[in-house]
Design a protein around this ligand. Sequence first.
Ligand SMILES: Nc1ncnc2c1ncn2[C@@H]1O[C@H](COP(=O)(O)OP(=O)(O)OP(=O)(O)O)[C@@H](O)[C@H]1O
Ligand SMILES: [Mg+2]
Length: 347
Amino acid sequence: MTSAETFLDAIPISLYVVDRELRIVAWNRLREEGPQGQPRAKVLGRHLKHVLHPRGFKATLPILEQVFRTGRAHEGTVESRGGQLFHVRRLPVEAGGRVTHVLSWFEDVTERRALEMRLIASDRLAYLGQLVAGVVHEISNPLAGIAGCAEALASLAMKGDPKRKREADEFRRLIRSEVARCERLVRSLLAEARPDASTTADVGAVVATALKLLERHPRFERVKVRARVPRTLPLARIEPDSLQQVVMALALNAARAMAGSGTLTIRASLASRRLSLIVADTGPGIAPAARDHIFEPFFTTNPDEGTGLGLAIARSLVRGRGGDLVLRPSRRGASFRVVLAVEPAPR
Ligand SMILES: Nc1ncnc2c1ncn2[C@@H]1O[C@H](COP(=O)(O)OP(=O)(O)OP(=O)(O)O)[C@@H](O)[C@H]1O
Ligand SMILES: [Mg+2]
């Protein structure tokens, strides 16, 4: 092996070099192992046409010709069939005033790109958090006012005849429960804006409460629910209200997707200090084109009833405490996994 090859092998980037006749003169180790990997001994000295996939060669040829002609580097991005993303550079190598070789450089940027996308999404959520904190503040005061007025009106009406009294009492209860609902919503939005890092949840208890709420929900009239949560699970690192919000968001999405009938399965298990909660349904599943977007804030396929915030907030609630929410591959329906960090067991 020449020393030049040793140097090329040390570069953590897949690369190869061709001469003016498009014969391969260098092919580094990462290139041997990459998506179009072939052993160096098989390709050195051969024409690029006989080494690349025909489609790849067809796309590459005009670019190489251009770099040889102009002496200027070319950059682009390509996606491999396996879904990896590469930043590709074609760099001219000059000797004696002319381009003698072109070096093709393939930097794997799959993870960097995924991180960038996550950062964009988390920026949006951070902004949303601020917005929510402001809105919450604006809503709390009028709510307290409405509750007070309702009490005052009701006590006025209480002085009238018994039928009026009953009606007034009914309205008072209604207003109270609606105000309480708004207050809970406001609190859960605040929890999203400022997560508390010390709280933990008993997953079994949270799932039990969620099931009680779902039983009464109109979307669940013809949906069967199967839940399996072992009793011996450790506490999960998440605010119980947040976890409930996550479970409800997933369950309500599932019920909507199943259009009223089907089976919802909730399963919890513990594996290597991580608690995993699976929420799966027997609905139509998620279209491949939508899969990459469902966790984005405001992405919804139900613009008339949804805000598209359900999954975005659910994911940020669990990520805020070191967990994660992911879509699992599944043959039928949709299946989500909530991953939660657990508290060390008490000694
Ligand atoms: N279980 C599921 N089956 C099929 N598609 C789903 C499922 N869960 C989510 N989706 C898809 O993901 C999208 C985003 O979900 P998300 O909960 O964030 O918003 P939404 O349910 O549309 O609105 P909102 O939660 O505000 O009511 C949905 O519009 C739907 O297309
Ligand atoms: Mg939703």
